[in-house]
Ligand binder design. Structure first.
Ligand code: SF4
Ligand code: SF4
Length: 71
């Protein structure tokens, strides 16, 4: 199911991932791992362009400090 604001999985959970900038250490590993390159550096941290996120979870499994989770 898809709407303009979010992508929702079959169980009703969000499929979009976000980065907690308070935890992020700016290593850039997530940006390198994202298959569609939608993670961008901003002010020494990284952000996910959530409107393009496919919910694959690769970035979450790559982050060394667990700063990435489903929104
Ligand atoms: S969940 Fe996948 S598509 Fe979304 S930002 Fe992470 S690596 Fe990219
Ligand atoms: S992998 Fe984690 S710590 Fe590294 S830039 Fe991405 S969110 Fe930040």
């Amino acid at each position: 199911m898809v709407n303009k604001m979010n992508i929702v999985g079959r169980r009703g959970k969000s499929m979009i991932y976000k980065i907690d900038v308070d935890i992020c250490v700016g290593c850039g590993a997530c940006a390198t791992s994202c298959p569609i390159s939608i993670i961008e550096q901003k002010g020494g941290k990284y952000i996910i362009n959530s409107s393009g996120c496919k919910g694959c979870g690769v970035c979450e499994s790559t982050c060394p400090v667990s700063a990435i989770s489903k929104d």
